[in-house]
Design a binder for this molecule. Structure first.
Ligand code: C2E
Ligand code: MG
Ligand code: MG
Ligand code: MG
Length: 285
């Protein structure tokens, strides 16, 4: 805000701002140590095929187990990691760890058990020159192919300019799939779909909330329109944040083939996610 206000102007330094800055600096320095000390780990939220009920994929979600403060939510530390640049080493760790886990699952439960892993990528990572090479290196070192990886980016990150666009195009040309995360909450959803090589639309949870109580016509209309858009553009439609049977039924009826949410499964430790694969009666090797 200070920057937007212009160089010649000034802003009042509110006590809350000082507190925010102090806590930002503290979290940033602690996060730096967290990566080194191995305090980060990944949970995996299964993505289900809503028609067959089978496990379809999984999204890697980072967790920080702080030695004193306990569990720190990614909603708190990811923004700090982005602003401080730590998202670059953190994101590199997440990518490698998630790909290694996918390779382990496929070795243990068969390649038919799970095709791809979803990894969230921050805009700061997309601006790094080395991302495309890094993805290629991790895939080859873990014995995976590009089809095994889906990168999740938000709408706001892809409007970031030609450099990001070029990175996304290179990744897509390589065969890595791209998902637009939190879809519907950004500013320019529709034009993005033509300008960027998108493969998957992830309907934001805010449209799923209250979708089944019959009163929220607006959100229902958006959810339906996004499903139709996905169908016409031949994109995969995924609904996130499904918390009830009624929501799941409604989304399936609207055309959502895939979904994830606490109703089906919370983010799980890798072995529990693997147990779901082992329990699938029809999985093929
Ligand atoms: P996201 O990528 O949109 O992930 C979905 C979030 O919704 C996750 O929160 C997940 O636990 C939560 N969720 C899933 N189903 C339900 C549900 O039914 N009900 C409710 N209430 N919540 C549900 P989480 O794990 O706290 O992550 C929050 C956000 O932090 C993510 O949103 C993503 O933007 C970011 N994030 C997490 N891990 C990473 C990462 O490794 N890298 C980057 N860049 N961002 C990450
Ligand atoms: Mg995501
Ligand atoms: Mg999301
Ligand atoms: Mg979200």
């Amino acid at each position: 805000a200070a920057k937007e206000a212009g160089k010649a102007s000034w802003i009042r330094f509110e006590p809350q701002m000082r507190q925010d800055m102090v806590s930002h600096a503290r979290v940033a320095s602690e996060l730096r140590n967290a990566i080194i000390r191995g305090e980060l780990r990944l949970l995996y939220q299964p993505v289900f095929d809503l028609v067959t009920g089978r496990l379809h994929g999984a999204e890697a979600l980072v967790r920080w187990q702080h030695p004193q403060r306990g569990f720190v939510s990614p909603a708190e530390f990811i923004p700090v990691a982005e602003r401080s640049g730590l998202i670059v080493p953190l994101g590199a760790w997440v990518l490698r760890e998630a790909c290694e886990q996918l390779a382990r699952w496929r070795a243990e439960h068969g390649a038919g058990a799970i095709e791809a892993i979803n990894v969230n990528v921050a805009v700061r990572q997309l601006r790094e020159a080395g991302l495309v090479d890094e993805v290629a290196a991790v895939l080859s070192e873990t014995g995976l192919t590009p089809i095994n990886l889906i990168l999740e980016v938000t709408e706001s990150s892809v409007v970031d300019g030609w450099q990001v666009r070029e990175t996304l195009e290179q990744l897509h040309d390589m065969g890595v799939r791209l998902a637009l995360d939190d879809f519907g909450t950004g500013q320019s959803s529709l034009s993005l779909l033509r300008a960027f090589p998108v493969d998957v639309l992830k309907l934001d949870k805010s449209f799923v909330d209250g979708i089944a109580d019959g009163e929220d016509r607006g959100r229902l209309a958006v959810a339906g329109a996004v499903a139709q858009l996905a169908e016409h553009l031949q994109l995969k439609a995924v609904a996130e944040g499904i918390e009830s049977q009624a929501q799941m039924d409604r989304l399936r009826a609207l055309g959502y083939r895939y979904g994830q949410g606490f109703f089906m499964a919370k983010p799980l430790p890798a072995d529990e996610c693997g147990a779901l694969m082992a329990a699938d009666p029809v999985r093929a090797a």
